[in-house]
Design a protein around this ligand. Sequence first.
Ligand code: TMP
Length: 216
Amino acid sequence: MTRSGKMVRARFITFEGIEGVGKSTHLKFVAGWLRAHGIKLLVTREPGGTELADEIRKLLLTPRKRIVTPMAELLLMFAARASHVEQVIRPALDSGRWVLCDRFTDASYAYQGGGRHIPARDIAALERMVTRGLKPDLTLLLVAPVHVGMTRVRQRGRRDRFELEQRAFFERVRRTYLQRAKREVRRMRIIGAEASMGTVRRQVLRVLEERVAKWL
Ligand code: TMP
């Protein structure tokens, strides 16, 4: 239900990009814009969003001396996602609440696929099992050069297991995100995140006006 009393279908919107591109800031802005239009929504993130998924998040983000195998990492991401989709995302959408999620399956293709070289068809097989056709209605892909993101991450202080990766890893992740965005132009909208906060916000607002306003 919007402010004008119209019934609207609950939508699923995700935010993607390499670390340090400002996803959470822009997610908050979109959440505020939707709330101002009378939309009830849930804000969540991956990996995480349920008690189990939050525990898996800790396992995945803790820096370790020994390598975590790419397949173990991928399966943990999807174990967290299974719990999140079944217990949080689907129930929210079914009850009419919109869902804004900081990262979703695109991140598995970008990080475990592009970053860790797992074939996309293996990720697609897990996606079919776990998300059962649940796809974001809209994905905002925030894009900045890798060195910009890495500088911002360094300024934040302590780094998690992914943030400790080398630049080449993030270049592969970024490239994979961009390739996906090229293939899915309707769903994925690229936002140039290197610009000033005001400029980035204007781009986000344009997407809201072009894509989201008509859903309200
Ligand atoms: P963040 O939410 O603070 O960005 O941290 C989550 C990290 O997990 C980030 O480095 C990206 C990574 N990740 C994957 O590698 N695959 C995934 O499927 C998801 C959701 C996140």
